[in-house]
Design a protein around this ligand. Structure first.
Ligand SMILES: Nc1ncnc2c1ncn2[C@@H]1O[C@H](COP(=O)(O)OP(=O)(O)OP(=O)(O)O)[C@@H](O)[C@H]1O
Ligand SMILES: [Mg+2]
Length: 503
């Protein structure tokens, strides 16, 4: 039975068509994937279903009835719930406070009565194996757990149609497995699920059907079982794609970057890096594998000068760079693609032009005698937009109006264009479509061919295996094992990652 149908649905922003001719339906008890390149219009389509945008033409049917969804309140009334690409929880409040926000009941004394809803929440959490502690503060729980809170929040409102916008982009491999189990449980309960994801493997694992959108246009809906990953990818980009990467040998034996006995503590005084030592060669890609929370974040931040170093030393080309500012790090030709693009990568209400020169705006050729050189800035922006295929191509638009994947490309372009001696790439392809991932991987290999060094930190083991010349496993704040490629034993890496093997 059809739970939902899009009929000729279209949305324009001014002259720009975000999507058009959307004609497909979602069944009850179906997991329906949405696949499309960065900027294809997936989030906008789902935001329209959730009542955040009004369609320009066409309509939506729920259980065969035409409906108007003018706000998220309408959506909730129609039992539609959404977990957004960037979560919407208040960090300083507890889980239960977040879930009941705005719908709190009062007791006879006029105080908020959480008891009334607590048992329903506990029951839902148990039914769907969410394992949520209702009294923890959001800021104290993992991203995976925060996502479950978002899920609980919409289940609490009895949603039957659940929209997930790139839910696994922020999860670790273990969390993804748990999330998939939750999806299957929801499906068994006859919920309809719309799932945006760039991961083809995931579509094969969980989805029944997949709708493909290209540049705002509906292409087709395919049966997932009878379609291969490569077919999905080619349909999505409209050309054949090549997953194969040519790994070239490392030419130099010279160590260019060195970390000696690094010690870093977090805000609570807990030891996060514990005597970590590491040497990187000129022209190599060194992959850092590990389970989230073993010090990856702290290592990247310590090198870049974003977190204080308690002990140890960092050298680039023999020069000590311990505890210097991010500005100095940048001047010393170290670049970073940060983990959180909104917090540290971009200024969302700056234009693309401005974001591209964020670090270099006071230097030639962008500034002369204290005056900004607008022509040079514009040319620089146009060049990067073309090279990294950033869409749409207008360099004066604000970063916040770009799709998630295109925002990521802005950062990549800026940091790679800096021709760093060392690039720290933290989750560089998070949220990118397969075509864009291909572009980024080739750019990283190009840097390597130019004799530059890349420290690749990623939770995607496939990505680490495909690109790395050596792999280090980080466990409990230090490198527990270093392996030399080009071929690696995936199982062995897994054992080191989980601490089952130590030396
Ligand atoms: N409020 C807005 N004003 C103008 N243009 C917008 C607005 N919101 C989105 N767009 C444009 O609509 C297009 C579709 O964006 P959308 O976020 O839906 O892409 P997406 O398919 O979700 O991509 P990604 O995989 O990168 O998340 C993009 O070109 C984006 O720049
Ligand atoms: Mg999106």
């Amino acid at each position: 039975m059809k739970a939902l149908e899009f009929v000729n649905l279209a949305k324009k922003f001014g002259d720009f068509t975000a999507f058009k001719n959307m004609n497909f339906s979602v069944e009850k008890g179906e997991i329906h994937a949405l696949l499309g390149e960065n900027g294809a219009g997936k989030s906008t389509l789902m935001n329209t279903l959730f009542g955040l945008y009004t369609p320009t033409s066409g309509h939506i049917k729920i259980s065969d009835q035409e409906v108007k969804i003018n706000s998220p309140l309408d959506a909730f009334r129609l039992k539609i719930g959404m977990v957004h690409q960037h979560f919407m929880l208040i960090p300083t409040m507890t889980v239960i406070q977040n879930i009941l926000l705005g719908s709190e009941r009062m007791n006879v004394f006029g105080a908020i009565d959480y008891k009334a809803d607590r048992s329903k929440l506990e029951e839902l959490s148990a039914t769907y194996n969410l394992n949520i502690n209702l009294d923890q503060k959001i800021e104290d729980i993992s991203v995976g757990m925060q996502q479950r809170v978002e899920i609980l929040k919409i289940l609490f409102k009895d949603a039957n149609i659940l929209i997930f916008d790139e839910p696994t982009a922020v999860l670790t491999p273990q969390e993804i497995k748990d999330f998939e189990k939750i999806l299957f449980r929801l499906k068994a309960d006859q919920k309809s699920i719309l799932l945006i994801t760039h991961k083809l493997k995931e579509i094969k694992n969980v989805a029944d059907r997949c709708t493909i959108i290209r540049k705002g246009e509906y292409i087709e809906t395919v049966d997932v079982k009878s379609t291969t990953e490569l077919e999905l990818a080619s349909k999505m980009v409209g050309r054949s794609v090549d997953f194969h990467l040519e790994k070239t040998p490392v030419l130099s034996t010279e160590n260019i970057f060195e970390i000696r006995n690094l010690k870093v503590k977090d805000k609570k005084g807990l030891c996060k890096l514990n005597d970590l030592s590491l040497e990187l060669k000129k022209g190599e890609i060194y992959g850092l594998a590990g389970v989230d929370g073993n010090g990856q974040r702290e290592l990247a931040e310590a090198i870049y000068g974003l977190t204080p170093i308690e002990g140890g030393h960092i050298f680039l080309n023999g020069f000590e760079l311990t505890n210097i500012t991010p500005e100095k790090t940048h001047q010393n030709k170290i670049s970073m693609i940060p983990e959180d693009r909104h917090k540290t990568g971009l200024v969302l209400d700056y234009s693309l032009e401005e974001n591209f020169i964020l670090h270099d705006r006071r230097q030639l050729p962008f500034s002369k005698k204290g005056l900004l050189q607008f022509k040079a800035i514009k040319e620089h922006a146009k060049k990067l937009i073309a090279r990294f295929d950033i869409r749409p191509t207008d360099e004066t638009q604000l970063a916040q109006n770009l799709s998630g994947g295109n925002q990521q490309k802005i950062i990549l372009a800026r940091e790679i264009e800096h021709t760093p001696e060392l690039l720290i790439a933290v989750q560089p392809t998070r949220g990118l479509d397969v075509g864009a991932i291909e572009v980024v991987h080739k750019e990283l290999l190009k840097l390597k061919a130019q004799g530059k060094t890349v420290l690749l930190i990623s939770f995607e083991l496939d990505e680490i295996l495909a690109l790395s010349d050596r792999i280090g496993i980080i466990f409990n704040g230090s490198i527990s094992k270093s392996l030399t490629g080009p071929d690696f034993d995936r199982k062995l890496i897994g054992l080191y990652m989980t601490g089952q093997m130590k030396t």
